[in-house]
Write a protein that binds this ligand. Sequence first.
Ligand SMILES: C[S@@+](CC[C@H](N)C(=O)[O-])C[C@H]1O[C@@H](n2cnc3c(N)ncnc32)[C@H](O)[C@@H]1O
Length: 721
Amino acid sequence: MTNFKRPWEEDGSSFSNVDLSQTGPAETKKVKLDVEIPDTEMEGKDVNGRMEEVQGEPEPGSETAGASSLSTTGENGRFRVRIDNMNSYANSKEILKLCKKLEINNVENCKKAPKWEYAFLMFKTEEDRTDAIKKLNGQEYKKKILEATHANEVQRAGMQGMQGRAQRDVAADGKDDGRTPAERLADQITPLWKISYEDQLKKKRNEMRKAMVQFREALTRYFPKRFDWKNATPPPADAPILGTEDSEAKAVRQLTWLGPACGSNKEKLPCELLEVIPSPAVDNYRNKCEFTFGWNTAGEKVAGFLCGSFKDGVMTIIEANVAKNVSPAGAEIAKSLTQFLRDSPLEIYDRIAKTGFWRMALVRTHRTGENMVVMQYNPTGVDTETIAAAHDALRAHFEPKKDEAGGVTTLLAQVHDGSFNGLPEDAPLHIIYGPGVVYETLLGLRFRISPTAFFQVNTEATEVLYSKVREWCALDEVTAERSQKLLKAIPEGRMPTKSVTAAVPATTLVSEGVDAATVDAVAAEGAAAAAPTDDGDKAAVVEVLPTEPIPPHPKDLSPPGTILLDLCCGTGTIGLTMALHVKKVIGVDMIKLAITDAKHNVELNGGDPEGKIIYYADKVEKVIREIVHEHVGVNDDVVVVLDPPRSGVYYDVIRTIRACEAVKRVIYVACAANQAVGNFVDLCRPTSNKFKGDPFKPLRAQPLDLFPHTEHCELVVEFRR
Ligand SMILES: C[S@@+](CC[C@H](N)C(=O)[O-])C[C@H]1O[C@@H](n2cnc3c(N)ncnc32)[C@H](O)[C@@H]1O
């Protein structure tokens, strides 16, 4: 049993985006965005909330596409050449070498992403560009004949650069494949829009299955080579460990559950993967959108979605109402924003030239009828009077209709001169009118949402998600288990045949470290759980002899109830929907405004007279140890709900969870299952110096569709140990 390697050591490549444990925090990684909707807070952010750096082609339809794009023309003094029929494996270095060989001078820059079959060269002068085209056109390179042309020209016609290019390019590009710009947008932001919802769900389940296969494969790599894990019988839980155990022996002992687990379902997955729960709302479900400002194909100012990608040289803004997932209220507000932009004397911001004023808007629309707009502008070079006038114009445009259906109930402005094309958490916000926040209801509770706080974008589906999480936290089960223990401890023969209320004298339960109040509370809880619900008067009171102490259940040593660690809690939604059923809720989120909301939400929903709800506004990896140390007793029952951003949590969070013996259940809510596999593996890998504590096992996995028409799917996995 030598040469044992951990999965991540063997082959980083196949798990490059899940190996949080070996490469350090995801914050250091560059992750290519793989989503279509650009505007969920954590979309595009790493576990530390910073923007992920996009490699290669920018996110289609996203703000990033515009931001990182190069000019398709002589913008900013650049004259561009497009080279087609390029071998997709060629890289920019090689192309620059070719230029040198062909004596093409003054190449300013070369742009070529791995899969592109074309490249762009940039020159300072028209002369250099013409010379390059002459030399490159018809040249054989890597067994292909190159075609070099002027990159698309722009007739600016008085427009800002990028949008002017967009107008022309979309028209030109649309001819290529016959799609209208609206269809292109739909393909970008709702790529599954053409297939039936039923087929979308099948496709999503298949993606979830693939992630679970990855998970299984990663686990099997801990076994010794040629170990027949599929047919091995797991050792009994209480089997003694003989002598010292090397890592492979440990893997065999701790992971052999995998064979029977895979054998128990026809897909051979480490646990049952349930069918996808559909979203109650299939269209118009988004309660939040970010609208980009620019020009449409007719050259008119518009607030909508950035369509196309830099790779195709296509950028334009498409009206929001063409997107299937935008709410009607959101589309109406986008229309109103469009009108505002057309009336405004201030220019739209040009991401290439970095000039202009109006940048983008965040729009939140809620079932409560409350709608928020955050209008972002670039203050550079604009005097204070003009800015004050811009605020006044905004107020004058939106406030009169604020009380009408679909009206903007609160309007804010964000000042932002940086290059990040979203709503930065730290850029100043001014409330122009209204409370500066909106409210939403979930499972009968009310939640306040600040502009930069995370809130799930599909409210109806979120209720389904949270109900599932609550169900799998099994809080009732813990109560029932505890009362079962109490009942079992009642001597045989004295057990009544009917349901009983176990009234346990405090003295019978007292054991080391347990005070009488705790014992009474445990007994009361057991009694309540065991009491008949339909036929109260049949309850018999059973007396337990003080001479026959009830063996303490580990959980009974602590005050009754469960501690819920709501890690990455946002505005506190998950924790608060369960607060009544637990003895403590500890929520953590790195966005300060989200935690301010969470605290406010506690008050909004009846307060916290017992002081059992505690929040940390910090990165979970920073505070998890402190939380465990401060709040968790060795015999507590702790359930962790982990709902991190796409890239998962830093592996140290998983290490701490594992090392805390009181954590018996982890409910992992993954918004990108394939990227959560690293965390899944770290929860379940055999015990080691790095990952102390018993491993968890996955019990079941439930996909839920929160994003119809897109490729995203939420996956809830229940882990226990
Ligand atoms: C997918 S959201 C879930 C939020 C919440 N559970 C909900 O359902 O609304 C992920 C949350 O993780 C937070 N987050 C991201 N990285 C974090 C980190 N390193 N530490 C703590 N919170 C983090 C984000 O601010 C965001 O609120």
